[in-house]
Design a protein around this ligand. Structure first.
Ligand code: FES
Length: 66
């Protein structure tokens, strides 16, 4: 699924980058991906995906390995 149509950024791109740059804003994350916001309509959703990925990363850190 595309998060940003203007830059052809997929949800998986955003999630992967969010793990590498956990403190980044959406604009900073796009820059790390070699992109920059154009219309800007994706930024709120991108931030939601980034925040969700941080929750997942935190859950992974606390996962119990049998
Ligand atoms: S959809 Fe992301 S900048 Fe337009």
């Amino acid at each position: 699924m595309y998060v940003c149509v203007c830059n052809a950024l997929r949800e998986s791109d955003i999630r992967e980058a969010a793990r590498q740059y956990p403190a980044a804003s959406p604009e900073e994350l796009y820059e790390e991906l070699g992109a920059m916001p154009d219309c800007g309509t994706c930024l709120v959703f991108a931030k939601h995906v980034m925040d969700d990925e941080q929750v997942r990363a935190e859950q992974d850190r606390h996962a119990v390995v049998p």
